[in-house]
Write a protein that binds this ligand. Structure first.
Ligand code: AMP
Ligand code: GLY
Length: 440
């Protein structure tokens, strides 16, 4: 009997997860809830609301689902994984206690402090007056963050007092982010390239997926406001000593601290790092796969993705890792999980967005896609919908064009070549994803 797997979510990350599961030798039967037109070709889309845990559990029991992979943070933070585990269902994704690392940035800071992990200095506020008084005492730029999860829009890097005051008021007075913005962090601004490190752990063992880089700002040369992510590439090649430093100074102490606090964790812990002149520092944690990082990291995976998720969900990651022993010349010795990734290939994703995003944008515009399949390039659906049999835009990030190749340049060319064949009114994208200076 093939394994039955349910993927929760409806974005580009979930399409990438479904795509990778569909390539598994274990030949699973895949469901996506609610899924999107991209997952529909590979999975059965089911109209379940991830926030109705009882409905999801009932569906799993009726359909004899053996594994649930939860994509987005909101249901994780709300405790969907705990709810399903209570019914004996294996889940890839942490319970509410672990997901608090993403859902409460002040808590994440406390965990980092106890673990002795480098992270920017900060102060937390719930009162506008106190925050504005503090603002008068500090140097700019400063980073202001809504403490709760806000779809990547709660963080503002502010270089003027006006900008900082506006974001403080947006959070605390205007309550644009609802409850997520009622407490804020004012954080020291760091400088340097960023790195997304996806740690797969079952609470005991862990391994790292390919290091990747996400492009968060809407505009080229990193101008304009933050988005959910406009593109990404992997693997990011680092100076050799950094691999060991990330492991020894960040990953190991954080996982040990979670164990010390009896916080169980089975899933992905995503560490958003900045590689500063004084070494890597943690800017944020997410309790899930990154979007769009997943789109570039999974195609580089060696070994079976379903097996990785299944063993992790069951606390057997160690047995999966023992099965990996192929050594490639290019793999960095100190990257834990180096054997899980092929370091000989590269991948790039470029996001096609609706003009206006991350602000207001129009939905429902017809999309034209190229015909035919290519082994080295494909489209991932993020914000698309079907109106009758017409594919239309339904989100800010609409599609991701993924390209792979033996060099970063080839991968980039494949991704942009594919994107050139996609058309909808108002399509915008960044032309500088994985551009010169990023490794070739
Ligand atoms: P976060 O959601 O906390 O990762 O923040 C989103 C983005 O804001 C990061 O990926 C960085 O680009 C930027 N950012 C966050 N914190 C800082 C910081 N302390 N210094 C500089 N940039 C930051
Ligand atoms: N790409 C950033 C995120 O997934 O939060």
């Amino acid at each position: 009997m093939p394994m039955k797997v349910l993927v929760i979510g409806s974005g580009g990350r979930e399409h990438a997860i479904v795509r990778q599961l569909a390539a598994s030798d274990l030949d699973p039967v895949i469901f996506a809830a609610p899924g999107n037109p991209g997952t529909a070709g590979l999975a059965a889309n089911v109209p379940l609301d991830p926030h109705r845990g009882g409905d999801v559990a009932r569906f799993c029991l009726e359909e004899e689902i053996q594994l649930v992979i939860i994509g987005p943070e909101d249901p994780l933070i709300a405790g969907l994984a705990d709810r399903l585990r209570r019914d004996g269902i294996a889940v890839f994704g942490p319970g509410a206690m672990g997901a608090r690392l993403e859902g409460d940035k002040e808590f994440a800071k406390e965990v980092l402090a106890s673990a002795g992990v480098p992270t920017p200095r900060f102060h937390a506020f719930s009162s506008t007056d106190a925050a504005l008084k503090h603002l008068d005492k500090i140097d700019l730029p400063v980073v202001i963050k809504a403490c709760g999860a806000a779809q990547g829009k709660g963080v503002a890097v502010c270089s003027s007092r006006e900008e900082a005051e506006a974001h403080i008021r947006k959070c605390l007075d205007e309550q644009v982010f609802g409850g997520s913005g009622l407490r804020i962090l004012m954080e020291e601004c760091l400088f340097g390239p960023e790195l997304s490190v996806l740690i797969v752990t079952d609470g005991q063992d862990y391994c790292l997926l390919a290091p990747s880089r996400d492009y968060k700002r809407i505009g080229e040369k990193d101008m304009g406001p933050n988005t959910g992510g406009m593109g990404a590439f992997a693997p990011v090649r680092l100076p050799p000593h950094l691999y060991a430093e990330i492991d020894g100074r960040i990953v190991l102490p954080v996982l040990a601290e979670l164990r010390r606090r009896d916080i169980p964790y089975r899933g992905v812990l995503y560490a958003g790092l900045m590689l500063t002149e004084d070494g890597p520092q943690v800017l944020e944690f997410n309790c899930r796969f990154g979007d769009p990082e997943t789109q570039v990291v999974l195609p580089l995976l060696k070994g079976d993705f379903l097996d990785l998720c299944w063993t992790t969900a069951n606390g057997n990651l160690g047995s999966f890792l023992q099965g990996l022993h192929e050594v490639e010349e290019l793999q960095p010795q100190d990257w834990t999980g180096a054997g899980l990734t092929t370091w000989l290939r590269h991948s790039v994703v470029v996001v096609a967005a609706s003009d206006g995003y991350p602000g207001r944008y129009v939905k429902g515009r017809p999309i034209d896609l190229p015909d035919g399949e290519h082994a080295d390039r494909w489209l991932v659906h993020a914000g698309t919908a079907l109106e009758g049999d017409r594919l239309v835009t339904s989100g800010g990030r609409v599609l991701g064009a993924v390209g792979t190749g033996m060099s970063l340049r080839d991968a980039r060319r494949a991704a942009y070549g594919l994107l050139d064949q996609v058309h909808f009114e108002g399509l915008t994208f960044r032309r500088d994803i994985a551009g010169p200076g990023e490794g070739d």
